[in-house]
Write a protein that binds this ligand. Structure first.
Ligand code: ZN
Length: 435
């Protein structure tokens, strides 16, 4: 399972690549691929289908027999995006003999973790049609979307030498505008900037490169860590580990129970608050579920009743106890790496878990024969959140927030337990299979 997660993380330097990797995995086991703007009415929901829009994916497979009167959804939600550095639309600058690319900070980045790393670039590029006939293009914009990645060490954000900042170890101050601009070359400004570089990479003319959503990624491959390889380190564990577990749970499921539509949704834009056309704050999931219900011959009233008897497992990274900072944790809630999936609770609904949904996920862990742990945030620290409460309030659906324990959340390179990915996957599969 860990090798499969490593492959998924390496295939997914950007949310767009993560969404494509999820589609590839599901179509390889027989799911059909459909578009959000196409009709879904002719699709075979029992065979399964998957829909991708940018960095977001929805996939569904229904049990062999579905009575619209008794329909329910078993939903797993996760997110494809991770905090990182993203290229500005006019990124080129040069000063003091260096050429640099301007970036914006995306999400809650641990800025220091991006210093002194060899960085590649990836994302999606809008390329102008040259002959007006290319497949997959958008006639409205006259362009097509190309997924692009470059795994060469292109960028680096160099740290200031200790001799020039003697206080660096007493609290490093990093200004997002001033200190995080990567260098990507030496020399004077020239006519060939990032656009020309990208054009070369894509084998098109520079004027054909219309726009991009491009971001930096650390080039260090995932690795097993520790005396007995009990841990693993990788970029984007939050939240590709949950995306991978969700995809594997759906791909490996024999068949959902009768009357159950097993759904996974991998949202983009969780790290910046989910308010976007493809984020958890959008109507995307509610619309998808209603359309799935229609494909299963359920009317509007039957759909709304199905939502009322459904459950969503919101899967996202959980904080394992940190051995060097025990005072940052609630003393009675100290999740351990390799301790199994963590159920996250918060009475102010930063996590959407309640007693009933908590119990449902415990039952899934028991059915999968994996242990579970419980997290509650320290009272004198603000608690993070997930797509869980957003999904619950958008849909009026019961939600449980869970995730694998991890350290270094939002670092460019995070740390997890080697056994946890298989345990989370098994618990999610048991949840999708339950009747
Ligand atoms: Zn997350």
């Amino acid at each position: 399972m860990l090798d499969s997660l490593f492959e998924f993380i390496e295939a997914s330097p950007s949310p767009f690549h993560a969404a494509a990797a999820a589609v590839d995995r599901l179509t390889a086991v027989g799911f059909a691929e459909a578009g959000r703007s196409e009709s879904w009415s002719e699709l075979d929901v029992a065979r399964g289908f998957v829909v991708r829009d940018g960095g977001t994916v929805v996939a569904v497979r229904a049990g062999a027999a579905v009575d619209p009167e008794r329909l329910r959804f078993s939903v797993i939600g996760a997110h494809t995006d991770s905090p990182n550095l993203r290229l500005r639309p006019q990124p080129d600058s040069s000063a003091l003999g260096y050429r640099q690319l301007g970036v914006e900070v995306y999400g809650g980045v641990l800025l220091n973790s991006w210093l002194d790393r060899d960085l590649g670039l990836s994302g999606r590029v809008e390329v102008r049609h040259t002959d007006g006939s290319e497949a997959g293009g958008d006639p409205a914009t006259g362009s097509r979307t190309v997924l692009w990645r470059c795994d060469r060490a292109l960028l680096r954000v160099p740290q200031l030498a200790i001799h020039l900042d003697r206080e660096a170890n007493d609290g490093l101050k990093l200004d997002r505008q001033q200190h995080m601009t990567p260098v990507w070359g030496l020399g004077e400004p020239s006519a060939t900037g990032f656009r020309e570089f990208l054009a070369d990479e894509l084998a098109v003319e520079p004027h054909a490169v219309l726009a991009w959503d491009v971001m930096a990624h650390d080039l260090t491959p995932p690795a097993r860590i520790g005396r007995d390889s009990e841990m693993y380190a990788a970029a984007r564990i939050d939240n590709l580990a949950s995306c991978h577990a969700a995809v594997e749970a759906l791909a490996c499921l024999d068949s959902p129970a009768d009357n159950t539509a097993a759904v996974i949704v991998l949202f983009d834009h969780e790290e910046i608050g989910s308010d976007s056309a493809t984020g958890a704050g959008s109507p995307l999931l509610a619309d998808a579920l209603e359309r799935i219900a229609q494909s299963l011959d359920a009317g509007r009233e039957q759909y709304l009743r199905a939502v009322a008897r459904s459950l969503c497992v919101s899967a996202d990274g959980a904080h394992a106890v940190h051995p060097n900072y025990p005072e940052r944790h609630e003393p009675q809630h100290l999740p351990l790496l390799n301790g199994g999936p963590v159920i996250k609770t918060n009475v102010n609904v930063r996590y959407a878990t309640d007693a009933r949904t908590h119990a449902r996920f415990v039952a899934a862990c028991d059915a999968a024969d994996v242990p579970h742990q419980v997290y509650s945030h320290r009272g004198n620290l603000p608690c993070g959140s997930t797509i869980g409460p957003i999904t619950a309030s958008r849909l009026g659906m019961s939600v449980v927030d869970v995730g694998s324990p991890m350290l270094s959340m939002h670092s460019a390179r995070e740390l997890g337990g080697s056994d946890d990915p298989a345990m989370l996957t098994a618990a999610l599969e048991a949840f999708l299979a339950e009747s």
